[in-house]
Design a protein around this ligand. Structure first.
Ligand code: HEC
Length: 105
């Protein structure tokens, strides 16, 4: 019983760390606007949800700015097919990933 309680606490800890790194911020929106002028934080949040649910089904969800832009660009078309995504879903994920490229590694 004690172990279970510890595990629950530990997962909460992991989860909050994860959301802090992945969560779209206002500065991410500002950065994304340099590429997608009409982008909103709402779109970036939707992109994150899709990214976590669809892409996280097979592997970890990579921290966006820990993977180089060249690798993202090369992998995205392939991963779109693997995750069986609609164009609109993929657009939201790409906007979300790009929004995080402004962060220093
Ligand atoms: C059906 C399983 C599957 C799904 C769904 C999937 N991937 Fe992948 N992904 C893989 C596999 C397997 C690899 C290993 C490289 C390869 O085989 O191409 C990979 C590799 C990658 C890499 C390269 C990581 C590196 O450091 O080289 C990235 C980035 C990536 N995936 C992003 C995504 C994104 C974004 C999505 C959602 C749009 C996604 N993946 C959905 C299976 C999947």
């Amino acid at each position: 019983m004690k172990t279970n309680y510890f595990l629950i606490l530990f997962s909460c800890f992991l989860f909050s760390c994860t959301t802090a790194v992945f969560k779209p911020t206002l500065s991410d929106v500002e950065y994304a606007k340099t590429v997608y002028p009409s982008v909103t934080i709402d779109e970036l949040n939707k992109g994150l949800t899709l990214y976590a649910n669809k892409c996280g089904a097979c592997h970890q969800i990579f921290v966006p700015n820990k993977v180089s832009p060249a690798i993202w660009d090369a992998m995205m078309p392939k991963m779109k097919v693997r995750a069986k995504l609609e164009d609109e879903e993929m657009d939201l994920i790409v906007k979300y990933i790009k929004s995080k490229e402004g962060k220093l590694n």
